[in-house]
Design a protein around this ligand. Structure first.
Ligand code: FAD
Length: 324
């Protein structure tokens, strides 16, 4: 590991000022559960690490007239245990509880979860200079691609590994972003960017920007949500595929459904055609299967990951049926 400098700012304004001066070699760190492995393995070589943990006021979950505000430094364990979240947004509780191990949930944060880097084994190998690291090829496209993307790949086939991101997008969450220029707010759905837009990054954050908080609008009457994660093994694991769903439910009818997949594309992947087809419909195994057909036909599996199509069908089906 190469030496690097370390800073512990006390305010978010100090933190973004340090990032701005870092000329692209300064990296923010929250819980460190992701970025430390990258530094240890030589995948990133920071000049300066900006430790965010001393910043006060970014680790609470609060309800106000518009909904819920979740500070970026809130731990995954606190999110999973929050009674109000469990009541109003059970899908988010389920996503947080499904993530990693108790130890990692105690340390890992919401902001870090939404900004974590991909798990692609070619990206995580410092010797493999793939497109994400400035190289000219995606080694997964013709290599070992069992865990890679079936949607949205093209020039780079990573999958976005966050469990919170698809669920928060299904809940229409927005993020507040701080920088030396002030604050901006963005729908979380617009925060992520496909490799065709910028193959080096997975989101639209500039090097001197930080997520400050996540906001979820107040749950509507009869709103329900669920998160189903399919893993290769029962112990901790990333999603092979996951389905985050949210809808207004009356009887067995769904209104205003949102269906967002994790683990199958470089960004959380929304199934808009399935949502449109299910609008106002009775939810049954048959209606879900029928509605999914068009979106499933658009999947473009690689040599070793065609099995993910069946996982998507099962995860979406189980998640939607659990709402009624
Ligand atoms: C063994 C293991 C299992 C895991 N399993 C899962 C899993 O099942 N599901 C899952 O979703 N994740 C999983 N993770 C990934 C990770 O640990 C978690 O996502 C965790 O929530 C990351 O949070 P952190 O605070 O530790 O992030 P850090 O490591 O501190 O940061 C992660 C990235 O986000 C950036 N960052 C941090 N905070 C901010 C901010 N406020 N604004 C902008 N950028 C920021 C950092 O610069 C870094 O690039 C796992 C990790 C490990 C090591």
């Amino acid at each position: 590991m190469k030496n690097f400098r370390w800073a512990e700012p006390q305010t978010i304004e100090q933190a973004v000022a340090l990032l701005a001066k870092g000329e692209g070699k300064a990296y923010p760190m929250a819980g460190g559960t992701d970025i430390f492995t990258e530094i240890q393995e030589g995948v990133v070589e920071p000049g300066l690490v900006v430790d965010l943990k001393a910043i006060l006021g970014l680790s609470s979950i609060q309800k106000d007239g518009e909904g819920v505000r979740i500070g970026a430094l809130t731990t995954i364990a606190d999110l999973a245990a929050d009674v109000m979240i469990r009541q109003d947004h059970p899908g988010l509780s389920a996503a947080a509880s499904s993530l990693a191990t108790p130890q990692l949930r105690n340390v890992g944060t919401v902001g870090g979860n939404l900004c974590q880097r991909p798990r692609c084994w070619y990206y995580r190998d410092a010797q493999m200079v793939c497109r994400k690291k400035g190289g000219s090829q995606c080694f997964a496209s013709k290599g070992k691609n069992k865990y890679h993307a079936i949607y949205g790949g093209g020039i780079c086939h990573i999958v976005y590994p966050s469990d919170l991101a698809p669920m928060l997008i299904a809940l229409d969450a927005r993020v507040t972003i701080s920088s030396p220029r002030g604050e901006r707010k963005l729908a979380l759905a617009d925060f992520y960017a496909l490799p065709s837009k910028n193959v080096r990054r997975e989101n639209v954050l500039a090097a001197d920007e930080l997520i400050r908080e996540v906001r979820i609008p107040t749950a509507k009457k009869n709103e329900k949500s669920a998160y189903i994660k399919v893993k290769e093994r029962e112990t901790w694991d990333f999603a092979l595929a996951s389905a985050a769903v949210r809808a207004i439910v009356s009887g067995a009818d769904l209104n205003d459904p949102r269906i967002v997949l994790g683990g199958v594309a470089p960004i959380p992947w929304r199934l808009v055609k399935t949502e449109t087809s299910l609008q106002g419909k009775k939810i049954t195994e048959a209606s879900i299967k029928d509605a999914l057909r068009a979106d499933l036909q658009e999947a473009r599996p690689l040599q070793e990951n065609g099995y993910k199509i069946a996982l998507v069908e099962a995860a979406v089906s189980r998640a939607l049926l659990s709402l009624v």
